[in-house]
Design a protein around this ligand. Structure first.
Ligand SMILES: [Zn+2]
Length: 79
């Protein structure tokens, strides 16, 4: 389940241009992937969520998250 060879995407650091590698973002609960969530008040606004992949630049330390399925974060009223 964990994928740490990073060959699903090649991402160059926007700050220093080096290749970014995948890393696990760990805070509080260890293991698994971080999750992005959106919620707001309203009957048509059930909470949305998707897993996120974490990339880090080994040169300057920039960290980036990419939502795995960003479309999953849309509320039903957002097109
Ligand atoms: Zn960098």
């Amino acid at each position: 389940m964990s994928d740490d060879n990073g060959n699903n995407r090649e991402i160059k650091c926007t700050d220093c241009g080096q290749l970014m590698v995948t890393a696990q973002f760990v805070s509080g609960v260890a293991g698994g992937y971080p999750e992005l969530r959106r919620s707001r008040k309203g009957a048509l606004s059930a909470q949305t969520h998707t897993a996120a992949d974490c990339y880090v630049c080994l040169g300057c330390g920039l960290v980036k998250f990419y939502a795995r399925e960003p479309q999953e974060l849309r509320f039903r009223t957002e097109k």
